[in-house]
Design a protein around this ligand. Sequence first.
Ligand SMILES: Nc1ncnc2c1ncn2[C@@H]1O[C@H](COP(=O)(O)OP(=O)(O)OP(=O)(O)O)[C@@H](O)[C@H]1O
Length: 337
Amino acid sequence: MTQRARLIYNPTSGNEGMKRYVADILDVMEQAGYESSAYQTTPEPFSAKKEASRATLDGFDLIVAAGGDGTINEVVNGIAPHRHRPKMAIIPAGTTNDYARALAIPREDPVAAAKVILAGQTLRMDIGKANKHYFMNIAAGGLLTELTYGVPSEFKSIFGYFAYVMKGAEMLPAIKQFPIHLEYDDGVYDGPASMFLLAMTNSIGGFEQIVPDSSLGDGKFSLIVVKTAKLPEYLVLMGKVLNGGRHVDDPNIIYTKTQNLVVTREDGEELKINLDGDYGGSAPMTFQNLRQHIEMYANVSEIPDGNIADDAAQQDYLQEVETISESDINGDGKIGK
Ligand SMILES: Nc1ncnc2c1ncn2[C@@H]1O[C@H](COP(=O)(O)OP(=O)(O)OP(=O)(O)O)[C@@H](O)[C@H]1O
């Protein structure tokens, strides 16, 4: 039976330019063998999530999310709760596009991004669960991340803000410590912290060094806890991030891999949690890594081998590799020249 694909696109993402590419993107999806249709998101909250959920229940085989990381996060939230989940493809049109960067998908040209589907390479990507919400790239808490709520979209990404901070250091005096209780796979931390991050890729506002050893599809979060709130120590840490990810050994940092995490703020104050750049609820929060939960088209050959878990690259890609080796088979059926 012909496979069906649904394009869910946000007409307001980026420079509101997505609309004019829709016909060409649908054409690429058809070339890839999918019977294709499109849905334009609306100003109504969570329209992308609702449509992704509906299309999943309707049995669509592929959902293509075109928009900023906010739209991609909504589509992930529409798909992730279901037992039978379609594949996803990403067409970036936001301001930061961290997730597309992680999947090595072109970020300037939406049609080129769609053509990643034609190459047929996919990765089974981990998805994070945070209480009842899902996220695909990053969860974070702490004052620096709270500053991102209610700011203009160009500063919406936590680490767009982080970059801003690194340039101007204007926000650093605002960093405060709070008492936190963390339970993760290898331990418990009770003590002061100024922020924590849970990352699933190494694509965080363009800083690949924040998570120097991420492995897509390994079923583990990279947990980073910054204990200090002292300005000079923050500057040292930022220097170490830029200097090849050496912050991971700093005594002011906890850096570990974990599948599960429980976060509680111990002084009774609210700790807002940011999921993929937007407010996603407050602590106490339980996080779980859903290993290889959604299969996504990716430019796998452009991602360094060391950044992909051994069993995350999927069928189409592997078939392509097998096809190449079949051409090496001799007339006598043996492999080799
Ligand atoms: N037709 C529409 N009109 C107005 N707002 C919309 C419409 N469709 C979606 N939205 C809103 O767009 C927001 C998501 O934007 P998205 O994150 O995809 O793009 P962006 O803000 O340009 O990207 P980035 O987060 O990278 O800056 C959601 O709040 C959603 O409700």
